[in-house]
Write a protein that binds this ligand. Structure first.
Ligand SMILES: Nc1nc2c(ncn2[C@@H]2O[C@H](COP(=O)(O)OP(=O)(O)OP(=O)(O)O)[C@@H](O)[C@H]2O)c(=O)[nH]1
Ligand SMILES: [Mg+2]
Length: 587
């Protein structure tokens, strides 16, 4: 299906022409028919000579209803510009054309209507010249009369040629269906309609309401008045939503593929049209079927920051237009450059931002986004409209390569610094590094650990470095020398303290495997366990605690926890009478 929107001044015959082409009534309201004037969007369709279907979005021409017109043309890529032969180019001819140009509509036709009332020549030439200066470029022009039927076959043929040129929709694109109507059908509930420009919809699909983010389910689909199981772009589509009251969804809202769009009320855009400095402080941003007041902050000569009155699901590269409703003036089109721009807090930030924006053109640019954002989640970029083709550095985090290299260097430095500041700790906790490097996720810290650094038990250590700080190592050495003759006489707490081994130093030595802790303040050298088993194995089996104590030349303070340790390690077995026997080497 092809979708074409009408455009043109009030009373120039747009609806009459749509009626003549389709046999359908685009003016849906009794009031419209009574006043002979379109107020809101109308919809009608017909089959073209080549077999394709064209659906028209018929717009009102009256100046009061320009916002309705914009809601209709916003999501539509082609226009049928209508000028009356007897009136020629008029104010809303110009305003509508300015809107099409601002939105970048580049496919169109000119119909010079009411050709039975006047020579269509002058209107045709003028309109054609006006149109040629816009994004529509040189268009085919067809004089028609809905009264006599003259020119209608030629117009149908021209529509066929236009349709053949329209770009194919992206079938896998995420759905962003801008709602242009919302109404209730008795027995079915809320129905919304819109022009589906890309992707597809199926009954049962889960979608998201752009205004609130709330999930909704597709209960039924209609296309050209017929129920369908699925509808693919491009299409006019009516979506019946399950369990959504009509007042929760309105024109300007959108149905979205969940998780694929970033809703933003702050964006940086490039202007095509009036210079940034000439814009009033407040304008209305029109995009899709939405119209939202926007506060305008000039940044560069042709770039501005917009603060929207409510968030919209926008992507980098989206086209929109700014309009001053009071002056009936289309200020011009905008191209969305950034939907998640940095806040401008510091002095000079606005000028710096303007310089960045000067280098952007609205084409998604992954490398550039990474350079500017340093670290960003893949999903976030996708939701901005930037396709992700690079591999993540951790989880779904993407990093600018240079920034990432810098982080790795800083991680190594911080690890060394921490080791200096905390000589007794076995490395720096991942969380400490996360904070020192100001990283949003511990997974990033872990991904930055490369040899010679290593990650163990939630801490990063410089591998190869002596795990024991020098003073502690020296104290252990003294213990070793003093107790060489009596390896099972654990030093008393006082002696340990004299040697400089307080609880923290002992903890460090134990973690490093330089001392073996039997109980609070009872430590032996690590080889003592194996030695003890050898000594005990030479005793007549089974042996008593007292026999063990004498054989090991030690006290109960050591013998009791040592034998318990040997029991736990399966080197000795405790018998019912409290005697023990050696059963094997310690595990
Ligand atoms: N003689 C003649 N009258 C026409 C022709 N086309 C439209 N008209 C008349 O022009 C008037 C306006 O036609 P509409 O189709 O309502 O015009 P419109 O552009 O849809 O107007 P709005 O939707 O209000 O902007 C009606 O009275 C039509 O009957 C035509 O080709 N010949
Ligand atoms: Mg009309």
């Amino acid at each position: 299906m092809y979708v074409v929107a009408t455009a043109g001044h009030v009373d120039h015959g747009k609806s009459t022409l749509v009626r003549a082409l389709t046999g359908m009534e685009p003016d849906r309201w009794a009031e419209e028919r009574r006043r002979g004037m379109t107020i809101d969007l109308g919809f009608a369709w017909t089959t073209l000579p080549a077999g394709g279907t064209v659906a028209f979005v018929d717009v009102p021409g009256h100046e009061r209803f320009v916002p309705n017109m914009l809601a209709g043309v916003g999501p539509v890529p082609a226009a049928l510009v209508v000028v009356a032969a007897d009136e020629g180019w008029m104010p809303q001819s110009a305003e509508h054309l300015a809107a099409l140009h601002a939105l970048g509509v580049s496919y169109g036709l000119l119909a010079v209507t009411r050709a039975d009332l006047a020579d269509p020549g002058p209107a045709l030439w003028q309109a054609r010249a006006e149109i040629a200066a816009t994004s529509l470029g040189a268009v085919e022009a067809v004089p028609v009369s809905a009264v006599t039927g003259a020119g209608l076959p030629e117009l149908r043929a021209a529509l066929d040629r236009l349709a053949a040129r329209l770009p194919a929709p992206a079938p896998d694109a995420p759905v962003r269906l801008w709602v242009d109507r919302s109404f209730t059908v008795r027995g079915s509930g809320t129905v919304v309609t819109g022009t589906l420009g890309g992707g597809g919809l199926r009954v049962g699909d889960q979608l998201e309401l752009a205004a609130t983010g709330e999930p909704v389910r597709v209960r039924g689909l209609h296309c050209l008045g017929a129920a369908r199981e699925r509808v693919d772009a491009v299409a006019r589509v009516a979506v019946n939503l399950r369990g959504v009251p009509k007042d929760r969804v309105a024109r300007g809202d959108a149905l979205l593929t969940p998780g694929r769009f970033h809703r933003t009320d702050l964006l940086d855009v490039r202007l095509a049209g009036d210079p940034a400095a000439d814009l009033p402080a407040t304008l209305t941003l029109h995009v899709g079927s939405a119209a939202v007041p926007a506060r305008v902050r000039p940044l560069g000569a042709d770039t501005v920051r917009l603060r929207l009155a409510r968030p919209l699901p926008l992507l980098v590269g989206d086209r929109a237009l700014l309009r001053d409703p009071g002056r009936h003036h289309v200020s011009g089109g905008v191209t969305v450059l950034d939907v998640a721009p940095p806040l401008l807090r510091r002095r000079g930030a606005a000028a710096a931002r303007a310089a960045v924006l000067a280098g952007l053109d609205g084409r998604p640019d992954l490398a550039g986004e990474l350079r500017r954002r340093a670290l960003v989640r893949a999903g976030e970029l996708t939701r901005m409209g930037v396709p992700v083709t690079a591999a993540p550095v951790a989880g779904d985090w993407l990093a600018d390569p240079e920034h990432w290299r810098g982080l790795a260097t800083r991680l190594a430095e911080e690890t060394t610094r921490y080791a200096r500041e905390h000589p007794l700790e076995p490395g720096v906790p991942v969380e400490v590094l996360r904070r020192r490097l100001d990283l949003p996720d511990r997974a990033l810290v872990e991904a930055l650990v490369r040899p010679p650094l290593s990650l163990r038990a939630g801490r990063v250590t410089a591998a190869g470095a002596d795990p024991l700080p020098a003073p502690v190592a020296r104290a252990v050495q003294r213990v070793r020398a003093e107790y060489a003759e009596h390896p099972f006489r654990a030093p008393e707490a006082g002696r340990l303290a004299t040697l400089g081994l307080g609880p923290r130093e002992i903890g460090a030595a134990v973690r490093a495997g330089a001392l073996l802790r039997l109980a609070e303040n009872v430590v032996l050298l690590p080889g003592a366990v194996d030695d003890a088993v050898r000594v005990l194995a030479r005793l007549p089996q089974p042996f008593t605690l007292s026999a063990a104590r004498q054989a090991l030349d030690t006290t109960r303070r050591v013998a009791v926890p040592l034998l318990e340790l040997l029991d736990r390690r399966g080197a000795t077995r405790r018998l019912p009478d409290d005697a023990r026997e050696v059963v094997g080497p310690p595990s």
